[in-house]
Design a protein around this ligand. Structure first.
Ligand code: PLP
Length: 483
């Protein structure tokens, strides 16, 4: 991936790959989209893919595979125990992360389940740069308490701080001094911090966090699901790493962690997950649980084909051309929207473009889920499916009260190597129209609210008949009359 400067002065990201397989898309008419989102309880998770034009819900399991990955799937060695495919994958993980043990799992949250089960005791604290939904649910399920120690500017969508994923190291030290290391189950750093807009940490920050963990004798666990983006940003933004290769940065990160786990639905563009560690005792405890929850030690719930694709995908993560398409397309999208005055999270992160629903819909209070309403509204006006990352994605407190999220974001994920620049331009165009007509968008309320991870299956209804009015305004707009 590279930037080509055009004669016009425009700077446009140009892919260093070409498309060999494609999938046809459809854009259903506005009135059908209106009916579809109503039938989905105004929850984009409940839309059918056939109703969606551009699926920007997530990058989980939706990244495009390379020809090398697809080819590798054909040579997979199918066996329950002792598969050569597993040996190959284990070898690749060892080479990249330099940890002795690789424990396979069916996806990222399965790693979190195993780690929480083994390491978290009731009442223990788990300090982290920021939480992720499934991570927090697994820690809380074991009686643990998540303590977020984000960078001072992490939650300010307008701050252009390049490493908003950094941990407040001073706060970590104070916590360990005051509470004592025995009250801490482990410290967790998340690469490409998902819920605050795909924001990276710096290598320097990770080194500082690890030094404190060493000093107090607590484990440092890295959630590497979004490591590819974080690697790109370290190389692009951290002065001290400019001359390092992606492989060297990866090794430097790995050296400053005790455990690395990842969702291979993101990292490695396949489906699965795994835990890497050189801590033999921890590995043995995890392996005891593996046959019970995941599968045998040589597949952990993954198919051999996915393991082959993952081995190649992880190696491709070390190729700068391969990992830069995502962040560079996202930067293009964020910059174009910013130019139009649309409130977005800056600086552009990994994973996707994040609209700031608090500033986009200031008239919708947080308990009416502005980011969820924005997701429904954007689907109606464009056929684009995004994901709410705000109060809807939070869980109620044990006493039934509803915590309001720090940020109300509509995440528009750009799965790696999937969308074209003209599709990104289409998204920018529709979001800009929606922003100009934002007064038409109202709030949502729950009709059916599940107790855990309610954002997945919850059903909502609009407060007032704003979806219909929005659809009518769109249809009246001449330039959109064909859609
Ligand atoms: C997606 C994700 C997970 C969970 O992975 P799954 O494969 O979806 O279970 C964990 N952590 C982070 C940072 C993620 O983005």
């Amino acid at each position: 991936m590279t930037h080509i400067h055009f004669f016009s002065g425009e700077q446009i990201p140009v892919e260093m790959h070409k498309t060999k397989i494609l999938q046809k898309l459809t854009l259903i008419p506005t009135q059908e989209r209106l009916a579809a989102i109503a039938a989905a309880g105004y929850n984009t998770f409940l839309l059918q893919n056939a109703q969606v034009f551009l699926d920007m819900l997530t990058d989980s399991g939706t990244n495009a595979m390379s020809d090398q990955q697809l080819a590798a799937m054909m040579v997979a060695d199918d066996s329950y125990a002792g598969s050569q495919t597993f040996t190959r994958l284990e070898r690749v993980c060892r080479a990249i992360f330099e940890k002795e043990q690789f424990i396979p799992a069916h996806q990222g949250r399965a790693c979190e389940h195993l780690l929480a089960q083994v390491l978290v005791k009731p009442g223990q604290l788990v300090p982290m740069n920021y939480h992720f939904t499934t991570t927090k649910a697994h820690i809380v399920r074991m009686g643990g308490i998540v303590v977020e120690l984000p960078h001072a500017e992490a939650l300010d969508p307008e701050s252009t701080c390049p490493f908003k994923g950094n941990m407040d190291v001073g706060a970590l030290r104070r916590l360990l001094e005051e509470e004592g290391p025995e009250s801490v189950a482990f410290v967790r750093m998340e690469a490409g911090t998902n819920l605050i807009g795909g924001q990276p940490f710096s290598l320097a920050n990770l080194e500082d966090v690890y030094a404190v963990c060493r000093e107090f004798g607590v484990l440092l666990i890295l959630d590497a699901s979004l490591l590819a983006d974080n690697l790109y940003f370290i190389k692009a933004r951290e002065e001290a790493c400019r001359e390092m290769s992606i492989a060297q940065i990866t090794k430097a990160i790995a050296k400053n962690t005790d455990v690395i786990y990842f969702s291979a639905r993101k990292l490695g563009c396949a489906r699965g997950g795994g835990i890497c560690t050189s801590d033999g005792q921890l590995a043995a405890s995890l392996k005891e649980l593996l046959p019970l929850f995941e599968g045998f030690l040589t597949y952990g719930g993954m198919s051999v084909r996915e393991m082959e694709a993952l081995a190649v995908g992880l190696e491709e993560t070390l190729d700068e051309d391969m990992i830069s398409q995502g962040p560079q397309f996202i930067a293009y999208m964020v910059d174009e929207l910013h130019k139009q005055g649309v409130p977005v999270v800056n600086p552009p992160g990994g994973l996707g473009c994040h609209l700031d629903a608090k500033r986009f819909l200031p008239h919708v209070p947080q308990n009416q889920y502005p980011a969820g309403a924005l997701a429904a509204a954007l689907y109606i006006v464009s056929g684009i499916r995004g994901m709410e990352r705000g109060t809807l994605s939070e869980q109620r407190n044990p006493d039934g009260t509803e915590p309001l999220a720090d940020m109300e974001l509509l995440r528009l994920a750009l799965p790696r190597r999937v969308f074209t620049l003209s599709q990104v331009k289409y998204a920018v165009d529709r979001i800009t129209w929606l922003y100009e007509n934002r007064d038409l968008v109202g709030g949502l309320q729950f009709v059916e609210e599940p107790a855990t991870l309610r954002f997945f299956l919850g059903r909502l209804a609009p407060i007032g008949d704003w979806p219909m009015q929005l659809a009518q305004a769109l249809e009246k707009n001449l330039s959109f009359s064909t859609l």
